[in-house]
Ligand binder design. Structure first.
Ligand SMILES: [Zn+2]
Length: 68
C-alpha cells in the first residue's frame, strides 16, 4: 500500500476511535503525526512509524474526496 499522505488528509485507521468513528484528519505533520477525530474532535499524536503501522487507508483531503 502506498503511504503518501499530506497535511489535512483524511485517513482510516485499523482500529476506530472509542466514539465509533473511523475518520481522522491529519492536523500536524512533524516528527509526530497529529490526528483529529472527525466526529468528536479528539486529538491524538503518534510517531510516523506507529502511524504508518496503524494506518488502514488514506482518503485524501476534502478536495480529493469531492473529485471521486
Ligand atoms: Zn472520536
Amino acid at each position: 500500500m502506498e503511504k503518501i499522505y499530506k497535511m489535512n488528509d483524511y485517513v482510516m485507521m485499523k482500529k476506530p476511535h472509542a466514539c465509533g468513528t473511523n475518520l481522522w484528519q491529519i492536523t500536524r505533520m512533524g516528527v509526530d503525526i497529529k490526528l483529529k477525530c472527525d466526529n468528536c474532535s479528539h486529538e491524538i499524536m503518534m510517531g510516523r512509524l506507529e502511524f504508518e503501522k496503524k494506518l488502514k487507508k488514506i482518503l485524501g483531503d476534502k478536495n480529493d474526496k469531492n473529485k471521486k
